[in-house]
Design a protein around this ligand. Structure first.
Ligand code: 6MZ
Length: 364
């Protein structure tokens, strides 16, 4: 991969926590659970190691990942590592989404799960992090020049993180509502919105609608997984709902494309994920091209960097090579994403300043 893609500042808006775990961490955790007799390590090792998986197989893998990760120390650890990994490749703003989970066997509630996530944000140590609405990151004004690390003389990176709480399509209306209420209670800890995700062939739009409407009334931002599989009725209802962003948009038909373009709802595009899960049969027919040419608001994202063995830099590199886009166009695409983030204008202003000073350094 070319150096400039990694060096370029980037904005990640569609990353699922449990899909973004390092391979090495997942294998280590599975080995420990194997030793405790909770799982049979040799059975899961080959499932964890990557190869192409259909969308259906991906959700089976998530069930396994959740068995491996759903305890407090693990949730804290993976959150810390995921943020540090994104920051290491110059992601300067990250919206991390996760499904609050109950685990009765250890007394875990959706709230205490989320507290473990926030603990992970607090534990981030390789970079400066700003994750609450009042927080400018390790006491350092966000627009101050990067600080030299006193130990090794290198420049410390800085990342803004915001959280989205996901409603899983397997959940009931009441469970979805519980997640929205939790999001409202956790606003001061950097929760800014709600995502609807999970296996797209499970659940019905009408089940989640009351919770999503409530979330919107209360001023939370909303992003929906939309059109991962063919389902015209649902896609139309989702566009009608007018969320602030949608993810994927793979299986749209003419009429839905028209509606989407008129609506100007930004689309979170996850190229590797779409190809790996066979939602799109080949990269050269990916809807990125049509939307990009139509100047529709777009943002490149990883979806599940761990599960699909990718990085955000990798996604930018893939788009640049597959669609013949140059360094400047990719930088502009990355910078445009600031318009679609779920943070306030002050953060947007600071990010734009960061991008502009990076452009000078990268000679863009
Ligand atoms: C839909 C997805 C997804 O929430 O446990 N998730 N939902 N489509 C996708 N595309 C492949 N990738 C991930 O992270 C894992 C959960 O995110 C959702 C699924 O519900 C999965 O269980 P968290 O942190």
């Amino acid at each position: 991969m070319e150096h400039w893609v990694t060096m370029m500042p980037k904005v990640e808006l569609h990353a699922h926590l449990n899909g973004s775990i390092r391979d090495s961490t997942l294998l280590e955790l599975a080995r420990v659970l194997g030793e405790k007799g909770v799982i049979v390590f040799s059975d899961v090792e080959h499932v964890i190691m990557k190869s192409d998986r259909t969308l259906h197989e991906v959700f089976k893998l998530f069930d396994l990942i959740h068995i491996i990760t759903t305890d407090y120390t693990t949730v804290t650890r993976i959150t810390k590592e995921v943020v540090e990994d994104f920051a290491a490749e110059n992601v300067v703003y990250l919206e991390l989404r996760t499904t609050p989970k109950r685990n009765d066997s250890i007394g875990m509630s959706k709230r205490s799960y989320m507290e473990a996530v926030v603990e992970g944000l607090r534990a981030v140590s390789t970079v400066d992090i700003a994750f609450t609405p009042h927080d400018l990151g390790a006491g350092i004004p966000a627009n101050s020049p990067p600080v030299k690390d006193l130990c090794n003389g290198t420049t410390r990176k800085k990342i803004y993180v915001r959280l989205l709480l996901s409603i899983d399509r397997r959940e009931t209306t009441a469970a979805a509502m519980e997640t929205v209420k939790l999001a409202l209670e956790m606003r001061d800890l950097g929760v800014v919105g709600i995502d609807l995700s999970g296996n797209p062939i499970v659940g019905e739009w009408i089940t989640f609608l009351p919770a999503l409407k409530f979330a919107r009334e209360q001023g939370l931002f909303i992003t929906l997984h939309c059109g991962e599989v063919r389902n015209r009725k649902e896609i139309q209802a989702m566009l009608e709902f007018s969320p602030q962003r949608i993810g994927h948009a793979c299986c749209f038909e003419e009429e839905e494309w028209r509606k989407l373009k008129t609506s100007e709802i930004p689309v979170e595009i996850c190229l590797t994920s779409n190809i790996r899960t066979e939602s799109i049969s080949s990269i050269d027919i990916h809807h990125f091209v049509d939307l990009y040419n139509a100047k529709h608001p777009l943002v490149l994202c990883t979806d599940d960097a761990g599960v699909f063995s990718t990085t955000l830099s990798g996604e930018y590199f893939l788009a640049a090579s597959a669609f013949g886009l140059g360094k400047r166009e990719m930088f502009q695409l990355s910078r445009n994403a600031i318009d679609f983030i779920f943070a306030d204008d002050k953060v947007k202003r600071e990010l734009r300043e960061n991008f502009d000073s990076a452009a000078m350094k990268l000679d863009l």
